[in-house]
Design a protein around this ligand. Structure first.
Ligand SMILES: Nc1ncnc2c1ncn2[C@@H]1O[C@H](COP(=O)(O)OP(=O)(O)OP(=O)(O)O)[C@@H](O)[C@H]1O
Ligand SMILES: [Mg+2]
Length: 353
């Protein structure tokens, strides 16, 4: 859902929760596809009118622009003109065709889910790696709703984190496999207290819209229990993404019957965890041809038009690592400037390390 629509709902949440009667509004929303019958059931089981309204708004907040519009139209139909007027400013402009149209095939639903889950954005210059992204997605589909692990592994800087983020940037995958959303955790190299802090932060994130706030878990064991309950009760069918895992003992804290996608340099980190396991290896470098292709993207030129220097840069390197792509482009820009020798030196430094 667009930020403007979302803000409107949040801003007038109190008035909406106080005044609306949910049953007829939901009938309208179901008839135009803005709400599912399952979601209606979730609202209906709430004991009071106000709680039902609160649940309906909570559900809409997790949905897309179409649900917002459907809710707005339902308010108008049911005579809540004043409330509809409050939401009018947030009504998003949407494409008249499919609702899945959007830049690069990324729908507003995908954008919202990834943004809420803390998934990093694409690098400014982005190179598609379709085969690898598909391989990760296939493994995620294979989890089929059951607990398990998909491990993306490879050398430092080979693009694992970018690939993991890219794999979940997909409407169908999110809708079919992880309707509960995704939660990105940058794990990194940790000691016990570092891990506890990561777990505490994750628990806080996952229990954010709780009306009561619990105290933070005091140790890893307690945090693990809290996480299990939160994932089971509040975030079923969601995906936990553990980025940059270094140590197998860290994974014990997450070995909780969840669905997990993780990136690591060390394939053996999942050796002692439970559940189905799938792996996707990422090669450490790219071929020279792909290297030239990438360089051409970075400097915004056709591959055939690249100057000889570009070929020298790629020839000089034994492997073309993703983390060096930006630097190569920078070198190419500066190649003919007076500090050319510095460029050669920088290039040699990169390629030797
Ligand atoms: N598909 C891509 N398109 C453009 N740039 C990329 C791509 N993949 C990686 N990069 C560049 O390479 C850098 C390193 O990528 P990334 O962080 O994904 O590597 P990693 O394998 O996760 O590294 P580490 O093992 O250190 O965690 C990124 O910050 C980005 O600049
Ligand atoms: Mg990484």
């Amino acid at each position: 859902m667009d930020a403007k629509a979302r803000n409107c709902l949040l801003q007038y949440r109190e008035a909406l929760e106080r005044d609306i009667r949910t049953s007829y509004i939901m009938d309208h929303m179901i008839s135009d596809g803005g709400l599912t019958v399952l979601e209606e059931e979730k609202v209906k089981i709430e004991p009071t009118q106000q709680q039902r309204a609160a649940m309906l708004i909570k559900i809409i907040l997790k949905k897309d622009n179409y649900s917002y519009i459907s809710f707005y139209n339902a308010l108008l139909h049911e005579g809540y003109r004043e409330l509809a007027a409050l939401l009018h400013g947030g009504v998003p402009v949407v494409s008249s065709s499919t609702g899945k149209d959007s830049a690069g095939g990324i729908t507003s639903y995908v954008r919202t889910v990834l943004c809420e889950g803390g998934v990093p954005q694409r690098p400014v210059v982005f190179v598609t790696r379709k085969k690898l992204v598909n391989a990760i997605q296939q493994k995620l589909f294979k989890l089929n709703g059951d607990p398990g692990w998909v491990t993306v592994y490879g050398m430092a800087g080979c693009g694992k984190s970018v690939l993991a983020a890219e794999a979940v940037r997909d409407h169908t995958l999110l809708e079919d496999c992880f309707p509960g959303g995704v939660h990105w955790v940058s794990v990194g190299k940790q000691d016990k207290s570092g891990l506890l802090m990561k777990l505490q932060n994750l628990c806080t994130r996952l229990s954010q819209d709780d009306s009561f706030s619990q105290r933070l878990p005091l140790n890893i064991e307690e945090a693990k229990d809290r996480l299990r309950i939160l994932m089971l009760r509040k975030h079923p069918r969601s995906l936990l993404i553990l980025d940059d895992v270094w140590d197998p003992w860290v994974l014990k804290a997450f070995d909780n019957q969840c669905q997990i996608l993780l990136t690591t340099r060390d394939k053996s980190v999942t050796d002692s965890v439970m559940g189905s396991k799938y792996v996707v290896p990422v090669e450490s470098g790219l071929g020279k041809e792909k290297g030239l292709e990438i360089l051409s993207l970075f400097v915004n030129m056709k591959k055939a038009d690249l100057p000889e220097e570009a070929h020298s840069i790629i020839r000089e390197c034994k492997v073309v690592e993703c983390r060096h792509w930006g630097i190569f482009a920078d070198l190419l820009h500066k190649w003919n400037q007076p500090e050319e020798n510095t460029c050669v030196l920088r290039l040699q430094n990169i390629c030797d390390c």
